[in-house]
Design a protein. Structure first.
Length: 231
């Protein structure tokens, strides 16, 4: 069953979220308009996506390929930029390389090689983020910091992938200070490498203020835009 959608709530949420993101940029002395919002539309019907699209929103994130493909096909007339933010299975890479504009959850060399080989020639290189494991994360997704240089080097050698930066998803922390700490730990480790990568996809509904405080340039928001997910 698709989650029920409250059209009025969604219509009101987007401007509120945009406003909050701008306020956090000011509060934490970030440059204006440097934090971008990805609307995470997993388990939301295509009507909810259309609604945001008509409010001017373009970037949407999906976790589950089987759920995402029909939505992408249904909405193919709209100029949506699709981000894959779920776990990547190696037998699904061709569909991801064909249907998405960004992949945020790259963690295995083998997957990078496959996505590169399968990215259609007529499309731009696939924008790629490497997922970094945050300490204390329950899901244990993402690579450890020591593995980063080798994966960066590999992706740089693959012409059909465009490495844009990193993504992380820490375990939910109750306190704001703990949230900030998990992002700042990763940020300071990244600084030691001196990479010139522009994108830090840090922050979800529960911790995006902390993520913006610590330098996020991309927040992935589901519940605060669409309302609570059911199931
Ligand atoms: C579901 C999900 C989000 C959005 O989470 P909310 O709490 O709904 O904002 C962001 N990133 C990833 C990787 C997700 O799976």
């Amino acid at each position: 069953m698709a989650t029920k959608i409250n059209m009025t709530a969604i219509t009101n949420n987007l401007p509120t979220i945009r406003y909050r993101v701008r306020e956090y940029e000011k509060k934490y002395r970030r440059k204006e308009n440097t934090v971008h919002v990805i609307a995470v539309s997993k388990k939301r019907p295509k009507e909810a996506i259309e609604l945001l699209y008509h409010q001017g929103h373009r970037h949407f994130g999906e976790n589950y390929l089987q759920e995402a493909l029909p939505k992408i096909q249904n909405l193919s007339k709209l100029e949506i930029i699709w981000h894959f933010i779920g776990k990547i299975q190696s037998n699904k890479t061709a569909e991801i390389a064909t249907n998405f504009d960004w992949v945020q959850t790259l963690e295995r060399p083998k997957i990078a090689v496959r996505l590169n080989a399968q990215r259609p020639e007529h499309k731009e290189p696939l924008n790629t983020l490497i997922q970094i494991n945050s300490s204390g994360e329950i899901s244990k997704s993402g690579i450890n910091m020591e593995e980063l240089p080798a994966l960066v080097k590999l992706i740089d050698s693959l012409p059909r992938l465009r490495l844009q930066g990193v993504m992380t998803m820490p375990a939910p922390h109750i306190s704001f200070d703990d949230q900030r700490k998990s992002f700042s730990t990763i940020m300071s480790a990244l600084k030691t490498f001196n990479y010139d990568l522009p994108v830090f996809s840090f922050g979800t509904s529960g911790d995006f203020e902390a993520a913006i405080a610590e330098g996020s340039t991309m927040v992935r928001l589901g519940n605060v835009i669409f309302g609570p997910r059911e199931g």
